[in-house]
Design a protein around this ligand. Structure first.
Ligand SMILES: Cc1ncc(C[n+]2csc(CCOP(=O)(O)O)c2C)c(N)n1
Ligand SMILES: [Mg+2]
Length: 275
């Protein structure tokens, strides 16, 4: 059923309601140093330096992890992810944050096992217990050649790889959720049967609106977590029911993850599919 659907989530401002890099920098008191050094070096190099700064002033990796666990998750986003997973969708993250930040937050909210792959900037804790952060794409050796994306990561190339891999042999349908400028390039790679879900009034949405004819997928904007959940589950339901699964079967799975029993919600909104 829904195993033919691949839901790709951006992370910052799509799953959590802030930029994780800025959250850590601000919460751990490095804002001024970060702003001073930003014009002098690439973003990932600067984040790596910020982690070195924390390490040399005796702040532990555990303290960084604790800070990440306090980052605000978009309301209902966690529930939407768990429901999409329970329905059998394949879920991935494509993000310009880094693997340590993303895994720490997803694990804390019980979401990590919902995702089959996290495509992002690599990071690891070294032998001195210092957190190291590196670019996803090594732009010193060679450019990824995409003029739309930052030098360290072209999310469109990640989508290309997924589309070219064995995963799409049976033709997966993409649902892509994102907010940022970096999510525009992947939206241009999606096909007619796919869905793009940009966060309304954020850079990706602005870029899409500036020339909507350039996009092949259907576009469904969202403004908050409730809309994200509602629209995502409607799109999944639409695909599943198109493949012969009944609405009741769908609701039986969905309701395991919702605090409101379906019987108390009147006619479930999931049955109101916009056309
Ligand atoms: C030139 C330049 N300026 C800024 C950045 C960094 N950056 C841009 S958006 C973002 C949040 C991404 O997380 P997500 O993709 O999960 O929304 C980050 C960390 C960069 N790489 N290059
Ligand atoms: Mg984002």
């Amino acid at each position: 059923m829904a195993d033919a659907i691949l839901v790709v989530f951006d992370f910052d401002k799509t799953i959590i309601d802030c930029d994780s890099d800025n959250w850590v920098v601000d919460e751990l008191g490095l804002t001024d140093l970060f702003q001073r050094l930003l014009p002098t070096m690439p973003w990932n190099t600067l984040m790596d330096k910020m982690m070195a700064e924390l390490h040399s002033s005796g702040r532990s990796v555990e303290e960084i992890a604790d800070c990440l666990r306090r980052a605000p998750v978009i309301p209902r986003a966690a529930e939407a992810i768990k429901t999409a997973y329970a329905l059998g969708c394949e879920l991935r993250v494509v993000s310009d944050a880094n693997v340590f930040f993303i895994e720490t937050i997803l694990k804390h909210h019980g979401l990590l096992e919902c995702f089959t792959e996290i495509n992002t900037n690599p990071s690891y804790v070294d032998e001195e217990r210092r957190l190291r952060i590196f670019p996803h794409h090594d732009f010193i050796t060679c450019s990824h050649g995409c003029g739309l994306c930052p030098p360290n990561m072209c999310k469109g190339k990640v989508i290309d790889r997924i589309q070219a891999s064995g995963f799409t042999k049976g033709k997966k349908q993409f649902i892509y959720l994102g907010d940022g400028q970096g999510d525009y390039c992947p939206s241009l790679r999606l096909s007619e049967g796919d869905y793009m879900m940009p966060r309304k009034n954020y850079p990706c949405w602005n870029l899409i609106c500036s020339n909507p004819q350039l996009l092949k997928p259907k576009v469904h904007e969202w403004s908050n977590g409730e809309e994200l959940e509602k629209i995502l589950l409607q799109l999944i339901r639409r695909s599943i029911t198109a493949n012969g699964i009944s609405a009741n079967q769908f609701l039986a799975v969905d309701c395991q993850y919702r605090s409101v029993p379906v019987s108390d919600r009147g006619l479930p909104w999931l049955l109101d599919i916009p056309h």
